[in-house]
Write a protein that binds this ligand. Structure first.
Ligand SMILES: CC(C)(COP(=O)(O)OP(=O)(O)OC[C@H]1O[C@@H](n2cnc3c(N)ncnc32)[C@H](O)[C@@H]1OP(=O)(O)O)[C@@H](O)C(=O)NCCC(=O)NCCS
Length: 159
């Protein structure tokens, strides 16, 4: 399986796979807003080579410390549970650590994301924008990060 950076030619296919995975939720428009935002990091928007899946991390902050918000991540419904999501996760986390990022934050199932080294963010004193998210709010740290509240790139506020 090949994982690579997105190119402009992938944008329509990313929209399609995201809409299929999230049943036409707000996630596909969010990716388009993020791509136009200052928090966009081109080397952290990755696709499976034929765009059966996509993941992106964008710039957020834990307090004043730059960190990454991971998501959306989507895999085509007819190709889920075949390892594409895991490959995307490993690739984006490796890329994040290699570029010196200190933390990756996400909202999702702890059962799924613990296998990628995520733990509840509360264990590190990192709090979500909405306290109700706490049971699903997770962090993978690559360095020391002072406790604080996490804020995603601005387009997440439009959801
Ligand atoms: C979540 C998602 C990206 C995973 O991609 P994938 O290619 O299916 O994942 P993988 O094949 O690498 O891993 C599959 C494993 O993850 C588990 N898994 C997948 N989604 C899960 C979830 N939401 N909660 C718990 N476990 C999950 C499966 O049980 C499977 O484990 P198993 O092989 O031990 O049974 C994909 O299922 C998806 O696009 N879902 C819809 C959109 C979504 O929910 N995105 C994440 C929002 S946080």
């Amino acid at each position: 399986m090949l994982i690579r950076r997105e190119t402009p030619a992938d944008i329509d296919a990313i929209r399609t796979v995201t809409n299929l995975a999230f049943n036409d939720g707000p996630e596909a428009p969010l990716i388009d807003w993020l791509r136009a935002d200052e928090g966009w990091i081109p080397e952290l928007s990755l696709v499976e080579d034929t765009v059966l899946g996509h993941v992106v991390c964008t710039r957020g902050y834990v307090g004043d410390t730059p960190a990454l918000g991971l998501g959306p991540i989507a895999v085509h419904p007819s190709h889920q549970r075949a390892g594409i999501g895991s490959a995307l996760m490993h690739a984006v986390l490796g890329a994040a650590e290699a570029r010196g990022e200190k933390a990756v934050i996400l909202l999702g199932s702890p059962v799924y994301y613990s296998r990628f080294g995520f733990r509840l963010a509360s264990e590190f004193g990192i709090t979500p924008p909405d306290p109700a998210w706490a049971p699903h709010f997770q962090a993978r740290l690559f360095g020391d990060v002072a406790p604080g509240g996490f804020r995603y790139a601005e387009p997440f506020d439009r959801l």
